[in-house]
Design a protein around this ligand. Structure first.
Ligand SMILES: NC(=O)c1ccc[n+]([C@@H]2O[C@H](COP(=O)([O-])OP(=O)(O)OC[C@H]3O[C@@H](n4cnc5c(N)ncnc54)[C@H](OP(=O)(O)O)[C@@H]3O)[C@@H](O)[C@H]2O)c1
Length: 329
């Protein structure tokens, strides 16, 4: 199969390209070449999607399958105009941030309402427009690739090479052992997808012609199961001290990402739907989820040394919050 990955030099899109090569496909990756290197065995075409004419280099090649991870409707529309007529299968990687209401647990891709799309020619990179931009991109893909479109709304994508660390803090911290601050309640749910499982689903779908719109997330698991399974995988026996979410916010711990943050933790009930989506349809359409322990071990093995986590709680802050929790009146 002649496979084009628009992107292909970092994390998910690179994993898709690398798997395509490993399966013997003729893989082209197209990017500016600023974010990373293409996988070995893939042909690299330098393009800048902010310049329409740069897609001309790809138009003549006639790809059987195209994978796009962009977030700007203008770029997605231009790529569809240039390449969709010839493509037999078109994957677009969207996001669960496309959903309008993140507070309802157990939502499904076919019924959950979406945010209002941005303009279909928007090139606005504002962070707060991310979800709306993805909705506009999805609409373009559905309009122009029709029944060849495979749209996957990714939840948190984790695993080796993850540039964001929202998952990685947990294996890194649990590997150190001792008393560990666990946010919220043991029964709270967490949800994510290993980058290699999502990449495999995307390549499988291109090979076998799976189409439609799905959430790219594995079944949710309790936070207690999440923490203990990682501990088992990395071979430590830490003590988890559960600290209420409201208290963490009062202590200046940031949810999800950033400085002094805890990844995979969000305020409830506002975000009760964000890590609890129902992936039944995705599993039926071929998504396979590897054991969490494997993701945790492989993330640890692949991380940069010395670790510089982008989302994490310092040991000092963790100790201070645990002390304040014990001293609370
Ligand atoms: N990580 C998560 O947890 C998460 C969650 C939900 C959804 N998602 C979605 O999952 C996908 C992740 O994709 P990814 O891991 O491959 O990362 P990404 O950061 O979305 O990849 C961007 C790719 O596009 C290329 N690119 C960027 N600007 C370009 C331009 N102007 N012209 C040409 N190429 C350009 C980049 O290479 P150059 O910079 O070298 O050009 C890179 O290869 C995205 O669609 C994201 O929205 C991720």
């Amino acid at each position: 199969m002649k496979l084009l990955v628009l992107g292909g030099t970092v994390f998910l899109s690179r994993a898709v390209a690398a798997l395509g090569v490993a399966r013997g496909h003729d893989v082209t990756v197209a990017a500016r070449g600023e974010s990373g290197k293409p996988p070995e065995g893939a042909r690299f075409v330098r393009i800048d999607r902010n310049e329409l004419e740069s897609l001309a280099a790809l138009r003549a090649a006639s790809f059987e399958a195209v994978v796009d991870v962009a977030r700007l409707p203008r770029q997605v529309g231009d790529a569809l105009d240039a390449l969709a007529t010839d493509a037999g299968h078109w994957t677009f990687v969207s996001s669960c941030s496309a959903y309008a209401d993140q507070s309802i647990p157990g939502q499904t891709a076919d019924t959950a309402p979406l945010l209002e799309p941005t303009a279909s020619d928007s090139a606005d990179l504002a962070v707060e427009l991310y979800g709306r931009s993805k909705v506009a991109c999805e609409n373009l893909v559905r309009e122009r690739a029709g029944d060849r479109a495979f749209i996957v709304r990714a939840g948190l994508v984790v695993g080796p090479g993850d540039p964001n660390d929202r998952f990685g803090y947990w294996p890194a911290r649990i590997a150190e052992g001792g008393e560990i601050l666990a946010p919220g309640a043991p029964e709270d749910l967490v949800q994510f997808v290993d980058v290699r499982d999502l990449a495999a689903w995307i390549v499988d779908a291109a090979e076998t012609g799976v189409t439609g719109t799905y959430d790219a997330v594995c079944p949710p698991m309790s936070r207690q199961a999440f923490l203990t399974e990682i501990a088992r995988a990395v071979g430590t026996r830490p003590t988890f001290t559960w600290v209420r979410g409201k208290f963490l916010l009062e202590q200046g711990v940031s949810p999800w990402a950033g400085e002094e943050s805890l990844g995979l933790w969000l305020p409830l009930p506002e975000y009760s739907g964000f890590l609890t989506r129902d992936p039944t349809a995705s599993l039926e359409a071929g998504l396979r989820c590897r054991p969490l322990g494997e993701t945790a071990r492989d993330w640890l093995a692949a991380r940069d040394e010395p670790p510089a986590l982008l989302a994490s709680l310092s040991r000092e802050k963790e100790a201070a919050v645990l002390a304040a929790w014990r001293d609370r009146s």
